[in-house]
Design a protein around this ligand. Sequence first.
Ligand SMILES: *Cc1c(COP(=O)(O)O)cnc(C)c1O
Length: 433
Amino acid sequence: MSHDPIETAVLGLIRTQDPQVAAIIEAEQARQATTIELIASENHVSPAVKHAIGSCLTNKYAEGYPGARYYGGCIHHDEIEHLAQERACKLFGCTHANVQPHSGAQANMAVFMALLAPGDSFCSLLLKDGGHLSHGMKINFSGKYFNPVHYPLHADPASPDFETIDYDAVRAVCMEHKPKLLLCGYSAYPRTIDFARFREIADECGALLMADIAHIAGLVAAGVHPSPFPHAHIVTTTTHKTLRGPRGGLIMTNDDDLVKKINRALFPGIQGGPLMHTIGAKAVAFGEALEPAFRAYQMQTIANAEALAAALTGLGYRITSGGTDNHLMLVDLQPRSADLTGTDAELWLEAAGIITNKNGIPNDPRPPRITSGLRLGTPAVTTRGMKPEQMNDIAQLIDRVITAGLESPETLACVTKEVRADVTNLCQIHSLP
Ligand SMILES: *Cc1c(COP(=O)(O)O)cnc(C)c1O
């Protein structure tokens, strides 16, 4: 099934020892190979990244930082972590990089722990407007132990800025609450972020500016989205979304004092031993992102998102904020049918081999478990080599499934079969890396 001979060999090895686990991995491999992945936060890593994660680097405890470990035998772990740090700094144009966060949420937690005391205020966008769980949801540490205040999106449908960041409102909220930290960077926001504008506001209200570029890191690294540096005091990100590395987090800054606080907050503050195999794979992914081909990939990702948004608009869907500047879009399903929910659309599409996630749209009348929208992204399909022509095909396939679902269960069953076959065909032509 896999085009990667090493993965096939590794699976053979696992199979002789543990056929149960091998069977599950093989099934997942087949699922990935034969479905169209439109989840905006997912991607397909290169074989080099994948196999670095499977390397012997995992066997080592390396608590501490390069040159200052709590365990012996870290000579090569120091080398690999140094290399990952150096490459991250080169890629994003900064002076300090902590490559140890286990995930994006851990990276954010370390920054909060480093810069805020319990009960301190920070200012962010709510999850329902496109923010992240770790940006102050009440069910998350960020909302439980700190005091989040939130800025809104433009809410006037008649305004050309409808559903984009309302910078005047950001300023007003910040001047009223004087938060210690102002947070920008989102999980479901399709527009360019004005980091310079955020910095002005942060300076005016006396806050530090944190940019969480988890989603757009690959675009930033490639120079196709403006960089948060030099505006943001701290930049956090994941490494597995548009950046196309292993699952993990990263924290960066140019500030010699902040870096000390952040490093201590991460270890020993909230983490133990770093995932050194993942850090090895981060180094490989950063190396790939420094290559010219990576810029071409990110430009194609954006061109594909534009094409997909335009095709869906042509089919009667509404794209929130009127389109996209980056790798993702929010599709408002309501104009297609008042009864259509995100849950239904996600389920119907999955049965046809098109993987998406339901997502609330700004001011969604439905609850988060149902929603009126879908979030779609093009990083994974672009990795497979797809172009605007295929985005057009995918939009048609999506609409065929949804039209059938709105008609009747019988029509849906029939069309699902047809579309599933078309999807498999498309996936065979555009195979995985
Ligand atoms: C995905 C995401 C995260 C969290 O990353 P995990 O690795 O899942 O913890 C944090 N912030 C934003 C904006 C994200 O989109």
